[in-house]
Structures are given as structure tokens and as C-alpha cells.
Design a binder for this molecule. Structure first.
Ligand code: 13P
Ligand code: SF4
Length: 365
């Protein structure tokens, strides 16, 4: 008879310390059968249990290389989907709390992207002229759309390269869901801002004129990250006034104005590496999620480096925050008892084309 899952109810009220002990006990029982992948935005009480940490690109690469039977993804839903798509069929991808989504990923749906494609075809021939590019922060069915229409996935660390790949194939790009990453990456490869109009999926022809569509090099989807859009250039100006020698680094999900006012722009992994490799005693302002910034500030303190958060208020990825020690203990104990809970399984028909788009990206980066 199949084992029955233990419900989460009894874990909900578990004290953090006890949850921690139970995570360690369950992991000892599971040994190498389980690997814990953790994104840099993960909270400290979960992050300390990670086997592997990284940005989206690094974690998707490693998800395809791990030998473990169970991949527990301490991140958000699209990351666990990527792990499922890129891992072997017998491996199981698990998201400890199914409500850990990404609000930006939810801003583009397959129905809306398909409607956009249909509307574009009134002005041009999208399958001949437009490469669809989806940020990895998107649902598997959108990655599949890209795979099927000659398109590709990108992450925040390879978006400019991916645009180069795309323009080598077709003259235009439809970039979703993050307008900011698309705009910054387009700017990096020399595309003028007026040739990157924003497509509003709630308006007919995205709110654009046929002329604007014809003139566009990159059509940017009207999506954004609610965490990164909080950062303001005024905070950078105030930091520079206080510390003229200080350096500023921001994630490309920040607005164009913030990226332009920064000294460096890069993915979470790049931010960490750049600050860690800087000279002892350097002073930094960092524009990305608070858990990462706090951890980094702590780690480089011993070298006399100081790291200041760019936000004027608390900016955390509230959805990733939902993965807590209680949910981690709950799914690990069930696993140790032979029961899989919260499996993320992408349907075969989506996984097949999504993998095509992901593999194109891995080959490019
Ligand atoms: P990275 O590619 O830097 O990991 O960013 C992912 C993400 O969701 C940032 O908000
Ligand atoms: Fe999504 Fe923003 Fe959270 Fe990144 S920080 S996972 S883009 S909501």
C-alpha cells in the first residue's frame, strides 16, 4: 500500500529550532539521494541548508547535472519547473511551498502571448521576422512557446548574448515578461530606446501603432519585478554625495534609470562575485533583494568592505520567503518516509519544447 503523506498542519506551529533539527535528521536519513538547490534570495534559515547556491543560470545548469534522486528547489515555482525539465525523467523536482511563485512571471500568460503573436501578424509575419525571447522567470508553457517558434530563454546573466543570437536569426525580438531586463540588454547591444516600445497586453495591438511595431527592434512586454522596481536613482545620487569613492551595482531587473546610474549591472551571482573580488576596504551600494544584500554585507565585513542596501524600505522577494524551515522539514520528512510531496512536474508536451528553448540558451551562454 502506498505511504500516506503527513499533512503540513503539525509542522505549521513547529518552532524554528525544532524545524532545523528535523531538517538535519531527515537529511541524514536521505543522504545523497537528495540535493538542495538554493537561490541567493532565499532567507538565511533555509539558505544554510543548501548544497548548492546560485543565480538562475547556474542553478539551471547544475539541475541538469546533479545525480540525486530528489532535487529540492528552495526558490520559486519557475525554477523548480526548469529543474524538472532539465533533469532526467526518473529525478523528482520538489518545491517545498507551492505558493512560492514569481509575481513577474505571472505577468505574462500563454493566452496573452499567443494573442500578441496573432495581433502582430496583422502588421508583419512574426514567424519570419520575430524571435520570441522569454526571461527564465516565466512559466514552462511560455518557454515551450519560444521553443516551438524558433525562440529562446535568457537569464539575467546572458540576456545580451541571447539577443545577439536572436538577431542573427530574425530582425525583431518579442521579449517577455521583464521590460527592464529587455530594455537594458537591448541598450547594451546598441539598440536606441525609441526602437524598444512597450507592449501592453491589455490593449489592442499592445497599445502601439502599426508604424511603431514596424519600427521596433525589440517589443518589450509590460512586466516588471515588484521588488526591483522599488529602487530609485535618487538613492544612488545620495550615496555618491556621501561617498564619492563608493561603487554602485544593480540587478538588471531594476529600471533603466537605476541601471544607467550604477557602475555595474549584473545577475545575483555577478553582484556577489564583483563585491567579493573588490579591494579590501571598498564601499558599495547594492540594488537587489534584501536577503542577498544582508548576507553579502555580513560576509565581506571582515575585509573592511561595507555594503549598503539601495532600497529605502524593506525589499524582499515575499514569495521566495514562503519557503521556510517548516516547509523544508515537512517535505524532507515525508521523503525520508518514502512519500513525495509538492512534486513539480511539467507535462511532457510542454517540457519537450521548453527544453529546446532552454538548451538553446545553455549553448549560447
Ligand atoms: P538571477 O538570474 O540573478 O538569479 O535573478 C533571478 C531573479 O528572479 C531576480 O529577481
Ligand atoms: Fe520574481 Fe522579483 Fe522574486 Fe525575482 S525577486 S523571483 S523577479 S518576484
Amino acid at each position: 500500500m502506498p505511504a500516506v503523506p503527513v499533512s503540513f498542519d503539525s509542522f505549521n506551529t513547529l518552532a524554528d529550532e525544532r524545524a532545523d533539527e528535523r531538517i538535519l535528521e531527515a537529511r541524514a536519513r536521505l543522504g545523497k539521494r537528495v540535493v538542495l538547490l538554493c537561490h541567493h534570495y532565499q532567507r538565511a534559515d533555509v539558505y544554510r541548508h543548501a548544497d548548492i547556491t546560485g543565480d538562475s543560470l547556474k542553478l539551471s545548469r547544475l539541475a541538469s547535472q546533479t545525480e540525486a534522486e530528489y532535487i529540492i528547489f528552495c526558490g520559486v515555482h519557475f525554477m523548480a519547473e526548469v529543474a524538472d525539465i532539465l533533469s532526467r525523467p526518473e529525478q523528482v523536482s520538489i518545491l517545498p511551498d507551492l505558493s512560492a511563485g514569481c509575481s513577474m512571471a505571472d505577468m505574462a500568460s500563454l493566452a496573452k502571448v499567443e494573442r500578441c503573436w496573432r495581433e502582430l501578424s496583422a502588421v508583419l509575419d512574426p514567424d519570419e521576422q520575430v524571435t520570441p525571447v522569454t526571461y527564465i522567470n516565466s512559466a514552462a508553457d511560455l518557454k515551450a512557446f519560444c521553443g516551438e517558434h524558433g525562440g529562446i530563454v535568457c537569464t539575467s546573466s546572458n540576456a545580451a548574448k541571447v539577443l545577439g543570437w536572436s538577431f542573427a536569426r530574425r530582425e525583431k525580438v518579442l521579449f517577455f515578461p521583464d521590460q527592464h531586463l529587455g530594455r537594458w540588454s537591448g541598450h547594451q547591444i546598441g539598440i536606441p530606446l525609441d526602437r524598444m516600445p512597450v507592449w501592453n497586453p491589455d490593449l489592442e495591438l499592445g497599445g502601439l501603432t502599426p508604424e511603431q511595431v514596424r519600427n521596433a527592434k525589440i517589443i518589450l512586454w509590460h512586466g516588471y519585478c515588484s521588488v526591483h522596481q522599488m529602487f530609485q536613482p535618487a538613492r544612488i545620487a545620495a550615496f555618491r554625495a556621501r561617498h564619492p569613492e563608493g561603487k554602485v551595482i544593480a540587478h538588471p531587473e531594476c529600471s533603466f534609470e537605476v541601471c544607467r546610474a550604477s557602475d555595474y549591472v549584473g545577475s545575483t551571482e555577478t553582484i556577489i562575485r564583483t563585491v567579493k573580488e573588490s579591494a579590501p576596504g571598498s564601499r558599495w551600494m547594492v540594488g537587489t533583494e534584501l536577503n542577498l544584500v544582508d548576507r553579502l554585507a555580513h560576509e565581506v565585513k571582515a575585509d573592511g568592505k561595507s555594503v549598503e542596501f539601495m532600497g529605502g524600505m524593506v525589499c524582499m522577494c515575499s514569495t521566495m520567503q514562503r519557503i521556510d524551515p517548516q516547509h523544508l522539514a515537512w517535505c524532507l520528512e515525508n521523503l525520508a518516509d518514502g512519500v513525495v510531496v509538492n512534486r513539480i512536474s511539467v507535462p511532457e508536451h510542454e517540457a519537450q519544447f521548453a527544453k529546446v528553448a532552454l538548451e538553446r540558451m545553455l549553448a549560447v551562454s
